[in-house]
Design a protein around this ligand. Structure first.
Ligand SMILES: [Ca+2]
Ligand SMILES: [Ca+2]
Ligand SMILES: [Ca+2]
Length: 289
């Protein structure tokens, strides 16, 4: 289904941010990343850290194909392990049965002062509070936050707040004057709301947006954060669907932070209504139903 492929999600920054990021790379890496950008036939594409890949074709293969396609029935439940960048059905049923579901974390030391902060969700708003419930940060009124949790998603050793935010669609600033409406013009629902992931954290003595993704090509739900492959760094899992879809759930996707954005680790074509993390504090699996 070509149309479906073209709507494949991208966690990507706008070209200006990409250019800024690329200046921090070595020359040959920068050439590769810019080449991927220029060769894309779609408005934006997924990029990767090219230093681990010796050929541009390998880079493209990771991001422009559906790796480890696993066709399974959408009925019933399934457990997944992430091995070498592939989502594979968990084979060890006995191990799985000993583990429990983990809820998204709402408490953590976000500013490094040794005291825990917490997330308090009320309707579509989220507050960061201290242990005595004093509000430290409030989400903007125009945001409609559907999910919030704490984790070190950007892999810098410090926990941050991970928000799934719906807000009025905005094109990239550099696209404002394009007659076609811009390169992400369709990334919103019929209410003109778009879905994005935003990271909030403590930086330079204040609460700030550490990172705000542009509108997703396809909205996600049921964000889950865990180290799924045991490398000590967390990945992001989510169910991905279409804007204005009447169905809950979607296809299982796993992403990882690559320094300036997220890149796709793997995606399954099967559709699921529920996503959860299972684990024992040492190893973690995904559960879909
Ligand atoms: Ca703290
Ligand atoms: Ca972090
Ligand atoms: Ca990991």
């Amino acid at each position: 289904m070509p149309e479906r492929r073209e709507q494949t999600n991208q966690f990507i920054v706008d070209p200006i941010s990409l250019t800024m990021y690329s200046h921090s790379l070595r020359d040959h890496d920068r050439r590769k990343i810019i080449k991927v950008f220029q060769e894309s036939d779609l408005p934006i594409k997924v990029f990767c850290m090219p230093s681990n890949h010796s050929h541009i074709s390998k880079v493209a293969a990771v991001f422009f194909s559906l790796v480890g396609l696993i066709l399974i029935s959408a009925s019933g439940s399934r457990q997944w392990q992430l091995i070498n960048g592939e989502l594979l059905p968990l084979s060890d049923k006995a191990t799985f049965e000993k583990h429990t579901f983990l809820e998204p974390r709402l408490v953590g030391d976000l500013d490094g002062d040794g005291d825990e902060e917490r997330l308090v969700k009320s309707g579509g708003n989220v507050n960061i509070t201290d242990y005595s419930s004093e509000i430290l940060w409030q989400s903007p009124a125009e945001w409609r936050i559907t999910e919030a949790q704490i984790g070190d998603l950007n892999r810098d050793g410090v926990d941050e707040v991970i928000l799934l935010v719906w807000r009025p669609f905005k094109p990239w600033p550099v696209d404002k004057f394009m007659p076609s409406g811009g390169r992400i013009k369709n990334f919103h629902d019929s209410n003109n709301e778009s879905c994005q992931i935003i990271l909030i954290g403590w930086k330079k003595n204040d609460w700030r947006e550490l990172w705000a993704g542009s509108a997703l090509a396809r909205p996600v739900e049921q964000l889950r954060v865990a180290d799924l492959d045991g490398d000590g760094l967390v990945e992001l899992a989510a169910l991905e669907k279409d804007y204005d879809s009447k169905q809950s759930g979607g296809e299982l996707t796993v992403w990882k932070w690559i320094g300036f954005s997220f890149s796709l680790v793997d995606r399954t074509e099967s559709r699921w209504e529920r996503l959860a993390i299972m684990g024992d504090g040492d190893r973690y699996w995904l559960f879909t139903k």
